[in-house]
Design a protein around this ligand. Structure first.
Ligand code: TTP
Ligand code: CA
Length: 370
């Protein structure tokens, strides 16, 4: 049987996400760490340390350790784990190698975070050809860096992203055209990017446990509860996402955010975390040789109210002290004293110290930043 000539060829999107990225880079550098629980983050100081876990190896995850958990809790879960401070310039260099490798495949490319990217494989014309290319992508990244990644291939970006997470680590999941809604239906709603633990609980509270429950939920009621976001959520549940893979011209911003394990209004805890965001962003800044002019602080309170406040300086700078002072000043003005769920820091209006094109782009906030 011949193909219908009017049939539009499918959109085929690939999403790639490196496995336990910072921890894997450390284990690649020091092979004696392989197979061990490795935790990257703040100094645990024998259980008395403040600050949080950036990430950890899958061996450490078996002990219940997770990103953004207080480092003291990680220490009590697994005191014999190897605790390491982050080496951001090394992660930025490895990220550049990965992104260069991905660009080399010649498809439309979009980096979305330090360890994630999309490729638009639609020109291949079939999901079987895309599967073949996905295996090549995995092999070439392993050859270039020694690292494993997980890949999702699907007819839409958000479905590809959920698919890349489906069989982690070292996974490859293909969701063909017409199968998105049925692939998503049995998954917990928390698998939708942007739905954190708290929102998942809120959705569970109105009887929505799986993405299928969300797809079947009355859209009017969803918009009453979640406002305009209700529409988008409902579309996502059906696998509908027309957003394009967009090439970005260089780095527009660098951002970091931390979600507290428990909402907090303890100023000293908040200041320690804000300071660690300053340190992280400043390391990237120095590693990538650029300067900034705009600083933005974001606070999300319990109940999901999100506030941001930005400040643009008179001159470009790469001073850590200026970054810290601006962050603290913005925080003081912004904070109304309530319990905080998440705090974020972003620098933008960036200028390279030289003309070298950078591939690092941590502007994963762009969608949520108001
Ligand atoms: P992720 O891709 O979320 O996590 P991961 O690569 O460590 O693990 P996974 O296999 O589940 O994908 O984040 C990429 C890197 O970003 C991660 O290695 C460390 C950093 N990061 C933080 O510093 N803090 C955080 O809260 C998170 C989630 C990530
Ligand atoms: Ca990852």
């Amino acid at each position: 049987m011949g193909q219908d000539p009017l049939r539009i060829s499918p959109r085929i999107i690939l999403h790639i996400d490196m496995d336990s990225f910072y921890a894997s880079v450390e284990m690649q550098k020091r092979p004696e760490l392989r197979g061990k629980p490795v935790v990257i983050g703040a100094d645990p100081k024998n259980g008395k340390g403040r600050g949080v876990v950036a990430t950890c190896s899958y061996e450490a995850r078996a002990f219940g350790i997770r990103s953004a958990m207080p480092i003291s809790q990680a220490f009590s879960l697994c005191p014999h784990a190897v605790f390491l401070p982050p080496d951001f310039p090394l992660y930025a260099r490895t990220s550049s190698e990965i992104m260069t490798c991905l660009r080399g495949f010649g498809f439309l490319f979009q980096q979305v975070s330090i360890d994630e990217a999309f490729l638009d494989l639609s020109p291949l014309g079939s999901f079987s050809a895309a599967y073949g290319l996905a295996t090549e992508v995995k092999t070439s990244i392993r050859t270039a860096t020694g690292l494993s990644c997980s890949v999702g291939v699907a007819p839409a970006k958000i479905v590809a992203k959920i698919a890349s997470d489906f069989q982690k680590p070292d996974g490859l999941t293909v969701v063909e055209e017409g199968q998105a809604a049925s692939f998503l239906a049995p998954l917990p709603v928390g698998k939708i990017p942007g739905i954190g633990k708290k929102s998942e609980q809120e959705l569970n509270g109105i009887g929505i446990r799986s993405i299928g429950d969300l797809a079947a939920y009355d859209i009017q009621r969803l918009t009453t509860i979640f406002g305009r976001g209700g529409f988008a959520l409902h579309g996502i549940a059906l696998g509908i996402d027309d957003s394009e893979v967009k090439e970005r011209d260089g780095m527009k911003s660098v951002s970091r955010e931390t979600t507290f394990e428990q909402d907090t209004d303890d100023l000293s805890t908040i200041v320690v975390v804000l300071d660690s965001l300053v340190e992280d962003i400043h390391r990237d800044l120095v590693g990538e040789e650029f300067r900034f002019r705009t600083v933005t602080v974001k606070i999300r309170y319990e109940g999901f109210v999100t506030k941001t406040r930005a400040k643009t300086l008179m001159h470009y700078t790469d001073s850590k002290r200026t970054l810290r002072n601006s962050a603290q000043e913005l925080f003081r003005v912004l904070w109304e004293g309530g319990r905080i769920r998440l705090i974020g820091l972003r620098i933008s209006s960036l200028e390279k110290n030289d003309a070298r094109q950078t591939t690092l782009d941590c502007s994963g906030w762009q969608d949520t930043f108001s």
